[in-house]
Design a protein around this ligand. Sequence first.
Ligand code: NDP
Length: 390
Amino acid sequence: MRRIAILGSTGSIGESALDVVRASGGRLAVVALAAGSNWRTLAAQARELRPLLAVVADPGGEQPLRRELAGTGIEVAAGLEGLRRAAAHPEAAIVLSAIVGAAGILPTWEAARAGKTVALANKESLVAAGAAITAAASASGGLILPVDSEHSAIHQLLRDRDPREVRGIVLTASGGPFFRREIDLDAVTPEEALRHPSWSMGAKVTIDSATLMNKGLEVIEAHWLFGLPLERIGVVVHPQSIVHGAVELTDGALLAHLSPPDMRIPIAAALHHPERVELPWQRLDLAALGRLEFFPPDHERFPALRLACEALARGGTAPAVLNAANEVAVQAFLERRLAFSAIPALVAAALARVPAGPAVPGIEEVLAADGAARAAAREALPEFDPPRRS
Ligand code: NDP
């Protein structure tokens, strides 16, 4: 039996992971669950799955969670210290890192330091702290397995392959809800941007998909996961979200990975790694799909992808700055204080204001850059347009 800690259990990835646990026929067991503030859902999950530890990051959730779990024998903890305990739980072999945003950086680093197998959904932690987290995992003998569907696809395609045969990799992007629509990006509403055509996900990653920042973050994530330079990581828009990634070999062959757009498949691949298990969900019917389409990314309308690639090329803490400023921008857009089209512009403004820091930043330097970027983005926010009413 594999014992798992799930950080971010109440989110979209967390709930899908619990489905994978339920479908595992007892091969997977949960030893720790952690959430942000939603103690009600967390308590219900804990009563069902009986972990040893339940953690709510928001200290205000600690007492209600304790009351809900009284008499169950489940230990309750709160705050960053609680998250760290869940991430390094001695009974956990695998830690699913599925907190959203930079709040996942420290717990992911903690799990890597503790020698865990980290099933990584929280791409932001590798974007911001790729050097520190990969170094921590190699020092402790830990392993980082991607959960992001594109990176899971590439990881599966690269497994046991001689790196000398690999010319490069291709990540696919759905293009989000606006890729092929003639729509005024200055007037887009949060409701429109949250309506993703192929994936059902949390709000932040859904907005990142619509701006294509998600793909930019994923290029940086791929750089750290697969040790590839920027010029060997390609991106292609594929609206059907059936092909998740491809590996180009030196002889011209392109190996692609296809599956239904269901995150439970890459989550199961990581949690059961290296085994493949029978899953009860939807399967692909190629004839029913009919056709698959591919387009180059539109860098004019969606400049965030290029911005992310430039941050990776700049190095140091620039990706941490990009990530933090993007979180501020997405939040401002969701609160209708920033136009959709101004999200990348605000991120660019923060990148211009915050120095790139040391070439190989440690975790403290990453967290300092994150703070500086948030301050710079908030300061620059009034200079940018609010959404235009259509
Ligand atoms: P959700 O918004 O659905 O869930 C986020 C989770 O993080 C919730 O459990 C939330 O708890 C928790 N959380 C939020 N803030 C904190 C905090 N400060 N401390 C501790 N926990 C916190 O996000 P998703 O599940 O969509 O995404 C999670 C991660 O996975 C992201 O990094 C995303 O980019 C990545 N990812 C997601 C995919 C998807 O299909 N959803 C696909 C590929 C990657 P609470 O409910 O209490 O707020």
